[in-house]
Design a protein around this ligand. Structure first.
Ligand SMILES: CC(C)(COP(=O)(O)OP(=O)(O)OC[C@H]1O[C@@H](n2cnc3c(N)ncnc32)[C@H](O)[C@@H]1OP(=O)(O)O)[C@@H](O)C(=O)NCCC(=O)NCCS
Length: 149
């Protein structure tokens, strides 16, 4: 086992609240999965959870060392909550392809939020020894394939 990527992101809750207020429909459709929307809207303070998920998406882009340039869309990086409340990534499209290309075997995620800020940390793990490789394999463990639409 080896860690091949780590990323952290911090997001001002007010920034996400503003986006949701000004262009909710477009913003939500472009950035979040349906599962995320359902989860966030069911919470007492949805904006905190929307902000944490935005941070989770950027944290994984950092861990991957990529972003828009590589064709990774925000809504390809979703967050699902396990029965114990803990978060895990649900990936699809280019984001999933890139991780498979890195021989990632598992992706870890941790979230936290206060009234004002949300933070996320992502860690990419490979079962293989050594550095990133170009060989591909399926992702078992906590990262699950999410088929969109
Ligand atoms: C996880 C825990 C530490 C969260 O702490 P907190 O200070 O209230 O909240 P934070 O803002 O720091 O973190 C919230 C995030 O923690 C994450 N989280 C929740 N439960 C978690 C768990 N069991 N493991 C890892 N992460 C967890 C979630 O991602 C949550 O954000 P989300 O709802 O937007 O997905 C706290 O809920 C806890 O101790 N839970 C585990 C034990 C438990 O369930 N106790 C209750 C029964 S006695």
């Amino acid at each position: 086992m080896a860690i091949i990527g780590i990323g952290t992101d911090i997001v001002a809750v007010s920034r996400i609240a503003r986006m949701l207020e000004e262009k909710r429909e477009d913003f939500v459709a472009r950035v979040y999965t349906q599962r995320e929307v359902k989860y966030c809207e069911a919470q007492a303070r949805p904006n905190l959870h929307f902000a944490a998920r935005f941070a989770a998406k950027e944290a994984l882009m950092k861990a991957l060392g990529t972003g828009w340039a590589e064709g990774v869309g925000f809504n390809q990086i979703g967050v699902a909550n396990r029965d114990d409340g803990g978060p895990e990534y649900e990936l699809s499209g280019r984001a999933l392809e890139l991780l498979e290309g890195e021989n990632a075997s598992r992706v870890w995620l941790s979230l936290s939020h206060t009234d004002d800020f949300a933070v996320a940390t992502a860690v990419i793990e490979t079962a293989m020894e050594g550095k990133r490789s170009t060989r591909t394999r399926k992702l078992p463990g906590s990262t699950r394939v999410h088929s969109q639409r």
